[in-house]
Design a protein around this ligand. Structure first.
Ligand code: LMR
Length: 394
């Protein structure tokens, strides 16, 4: 029976990670999977997380089950981190999920159970899992144009005209900040215009929020999502702690659902716990406990924030260095968009041949379309990267 199943194509990003590991070249450069790397190419455990871990090791006395929806302290801390005081906490249902991916998956499932015929609008391009999770759930999906391949900025007019075709009540996936894969973000005015359009469509915004703190700052990056939470009675937010707390493998995320009133929030809270019970029962505790400790302890929080701010600074510095080097080598300004992008990624708009040549000739790994993880670069490798890009005809 089982042999009748069709093989699944390898996941593009995770497959690339594997190819990189298998490449014997010692000077290879990984700009693929979205993981922060320091100047030595390492992904260290953040100091505040390590301190919290030491404390936990000393103080934790049990590993018994927690709660289906996750610990209330973690859920409260995540609502505060993402939404601050934008909305009444009692109107927000919150679930501890297995990473940001788990939150996206459950957001789509929840939308589907509430409205079985719902369509979900996904930006082109987007993080590949958005479309594949929707497909896996047999949700009807539509795409909207997001990126202008000429200017490498948000194709805002196209985005608006595509979303103007939404049916009332459709869901739309938005990236809260640091758009993956492009790095091109909406500005404050565009967030407002977009939310006005979505309001007129009675749309359900589902915000993927995986890079808070990597763009302009912890609070600044949350402006768009908070504006939606204020304007809409119903918004879902898939938040991830993988990147901003560096706890990737601990699978620490949260699904926050802003609802119209406290009664609906109670109903949805029960739905969310139910969804965990049907898949994983109890969410993985370790990462969430560390995140809670960091957010709740003044000294740990300040250490974390300093490190997060330094990470953001180093990403911005590397962006600038790459754009400068490309300007120097190419004698043109055509790569200046790299500096205007936010967060970890920039979409270079490379062809498949160019991406393949970067890998084959130069041992530089890019995701299809030419998404690069800026953090995979260093002062030493920026000139190598710039020269390789021009060599393959970018
Ligand atoms: C990425 O886009 O590289 C990250 O979000 C990791 C992943 O799961 O794809």
């Amino acid at each position: 029976m089982l042999e009748s199943l069709k093989p699944q194509p390898p996941d593009k990003i995770i497959g690339l990670m594997q190819l990189f590991r298998e490449d014997p070249r010692t000077d290879k450069i990984d700009l693929g999977v979205g993981v922060y790397r320091n100047a030595d190419g390492l992904t260290p455990i953040m100091a505040a997380i390590k301190d919290a871990e030491r404390q936990l090791l000393r103080e934790q006395t049990t590993k018994t089950y927690t709660a289906l929806a996750g610990e209330p302290e973690y859920r409260d801390a995540m609502v505060e981190l993402v939404l601050a005081d934008a909305v009444n906490r009692q109107c927000v249902a919150a679930l501890h999920t297995a990473g940001g991916t788990g939150a996206v998956r459950l957001a789509l499932e929840l939308a589907q159970s509430a409205s079985p015929g719902i369509s979900v609008w996904i930006p082109t391009p987007s993080w590949p899992s958005h479309a594949s999770i929707a497909k896996h759930l047999k949700l009807s999906s539509r795409t909207y144009r997001y990126f202008d391949h000429e200017s490498k900025l948000v194709a805002f007019d196209n985005m608006m005209s595509d979303l103007a075709q939404m049916r009332k009540g459709d869901a739309v996936i938005l990236h809260g900040c640091c758009h993956n894969p492009t790095g091109a973000d909406l500005n404050a005015g565009q967030w407002s215009e977009l939310s006005t359009l979505l309001e007129s469509k009675e749309a359900l915004p589902i915000v993927d929020f995986a890079y808070q703190g990597f763009g302009d700052g912890l609070e600044e990056d949350a402006r768009g999502v908070r504006e939606l939470a204020v304007k809409f009675d119903e918004v879902m937010i898939a938040a991830s702690c993988s990147k901003n707390f560096g706890v990737y493998r601990e699978r620490t995320g949260a699904l926050l659902v802003r609802t119209e009133n406290t009664r609906t929030a109670g109903l949805i809270q029960g739905q969310l716990a139910y969804l965990n019970r049907q898949s994983i029962s109890f969410p993985p505790d370790h990462g969430a406990r560390l995140v809670t400790m960091v957010l709740r302890d003044a000294a740990l929080r300040s250490s974390w924030l300093n490190e997060l701010n330094a990470i953001r600074g180093s990403l911005q510095h590397l962006r600038q260095s790459l754009a400068d080097e490309l300007r120097k080598l190419s004698g043109s300004d055509r790569f200046s968009f790299i500096v205007s992008h936010k967060g970890m990624f920039t979409l270079l708009g490379a062809t498949d041949e160019q991406v393949a040549a970067m890998r084959r000739k130069h041992g530089i790994y890019l995701v299809g379309g030419g998404r690069i993880n800026i953090a995979g670069l260093s002062e030493r490798t920026v000139p190598i990267m710039a020269a390789a890009m021009l060599d393959v005809g970018m």
